[in-house]
Design a binder for this molecule. Sequence first.
Ligand code: GLU
Length: 365
Amino acid sequence: MCGIFAYLNNLTPKKRAEILELLVNGLKRLEYRGYDSAGVAVDAANSKDIAIIKKTGKVALLEEAIKNKSNELDMDDIVDVHCGIAHTRWATHGVPSEVNCHPHRSDEGNGFVVVHNGIITNYKEVKVFLEKKGFCFESETDTEVIAKLISHFYQQHPNFSFRELVESVVQQLEGAFALCFKSKYFPGECVATRRGSPLLVGIKTVTRLATDHVPILYGKEDHRKSSIDKDFRPHGRADYPTLPRTGSTSEFEPLEDKQVEYFFASDASAIIEHTNRVIYFEDDDVAAVKNGRLSIHRLRRGGDDPHKREIHTLKMELQQIMKGSYDYFMQKEIFEQPDSVVNTMRGRVNFETKVRLQFENKEKP
Ligand code: GLU
């Protein structure tokens, strides 16, 4: 099932070496899920560009590749605010190879980079559209369309926020996905979203969190309609009624100087050693961290949609997770959550497995 791990530190200074170590450790915790290659993206030594390091095979080989680039990466540089994203890949589209590894990029300048778990079932259609717009693809993956599509929207709408760009992108995607984005145009920000594949965020603050929930901001005006080219329409997901976005106070603001760290991951095994306070995202949640603030957005509001996402306190220790009596960690994770979480997690795991099996039976290139 592969894995995503992303780490954002806000006003919690870290050496680049520490950040990379943290990302690699996160991937190691996710190794049991199965994978064939791994990669990371962090700010480059000049802090303006993005450095991507990828490797086929074990995470240990990625770790070695990172060590070999120590000089280039300026490992002792201390960054106060930074977002790094990391991935273990279980190839569905394209063989395991460095060019097919994630993170994928929008262009040679690494303007936007993305990691993806899952399968984009309409990627061919999106690719044709983007090729007509002049985009050149370097990998055989379905994921690369996501990196190119966000760049396309950025060119069209340079005033959109990072989160709005991601919202525009996911409106065009079909299939199952968990995604984390990083961009050199939006330094220190991270946007993550999911549909069908699991994703959660761990929150670590110096002092106790002031709240046990994060309010959800609902879409007001359907900016996506203007953001989408006339010749490229979403697939059966357009034209739902929208309700006004709630007030701008509906963001999670940590206490004390905004010192906060966020850990996005496919499951809790990669987070629990850092914090036990987590939010499980629901399908189509778009979570954005900007200036250290986490906000959760949804474009549309259904009749019984909740107003907030709970911050759960995980009761398990890493050792328990890894050595439990269940056959698979995922089983253990599911059964030890409160009922509300159990049901949504079961749905998620089943959905991604179903999409993957359908694809493997029918379409594998
Ligand atoms: N479908 C994507 C790929 O082949 C993501 C696979 C994964 O979930 O790791 O690269």
